[in-house]
Design a protein around this ligand. Structure first.
Ligand code: GRF
Length: 229
């Protein structure tokens, strides 16, 4: 991958398929995102995301969490990799591990995560099933800054999609994935262009709330609320 010395260096951390990773690779290849992926790290060996990275000539590392004595030791190894590849930003893209204090002590750069729900609604696991069970009419995904509290960091961008009457968790997940692949590159485009700032625990774009953050509609902000169009 060609890169300029001043480009943002992104370390992408995965556990599986890597469709979000692919969306970021594609955004760079298309010239929309001025950044370079300095490494892709997976905690699970032989996942498809690693193949996607190799196909794009991106350095890969497998850091298998099952070979470490503690969560802290694993997180230390992750941070060592970020230093080795001189990462500026860590992008969690389907990384299925909770980060320990060691991560937050050792890694001082920004860390982004994508969550399959309209945060602050539906933090945690099984979001699609929970939205369907609640009779929600809108669902989606959020890119947020990572803080020690799970799925609770300031939201950078959200993308919504409708829940259809006959949706299964699979059909809804597919729709949400399409949203994710649209919003993750967009968040990184903003970051790479230096357009993001954090003020009073809120992410601003060019110093203002952006409509794509979906934060101005109080109906969106009620955790667990079945949302109306
Ligand atoms: C995505 O749905 C993401 O929101 C969640 O894990 C999934 C990863 O998908 N955290 P992929 O590996 O990027 O295809």
């Amino acid at each position: 991958m060609n890169r300029k010395p001043d480009q943002l260096r992104i370390a992408v951390v995965i556990s599986g398929n890597g469709s979000n990773l692919q969306a970021i690779i594609d955004a760079i290849a298309a010239g929309h995102l001025d950044a370079t992926i300095c490494c892709v790290v997976s905690n699970v060996p032989n996942v498809h995301g690693l193949t996607r990275a190799r196909d794009a000539q991106i350095p890969v590392e497998t850091i298998d969490h099952t070979t470490f004595d503690s969560r802290e030791a694993f997180d230390g190894a992750l941070c060592d990799a970020f230093s080795r590849y001189e990462a500026d930003v860590v992008v969690l893209a389907g990384f299925m591990r909770i980060l320990s204090d060691v991560f937050f002590e050792r890694w001082s750069g920004p860390t982004l995560n994508i969550h399959p729900a309209l945060l602050p609604a539906y933090p945690g696991l099984n979001t699609h099933a929970r939205v369907i069970a609640d009779g929600g009419r809108w669902h989606g995904a959020s890119v947020h800054l990572v803080i020690p509290e799970l799925d609770a960091g300031p939201v950078i961008i959200r993308g919504a999609c409708p829940v259809e009457r006959d949706d299964t968790t699979e059909t809804l997940a597919e729709r949400v994935h399409a949203v994710e692949q649209r919003i993750y590159p967009k968040a990184l485009i903003w970051l790479a262009a230096g357009r993001l700032s954090v003020q009073q625990s809120e992410v601003l774009v060019d110093g203002l709330r952006h409509p794509d953050q979906g934060l101005d509609d109080p109906a969106d902000e009620k955790p667990g609320k079945a949302q109306t169009p």
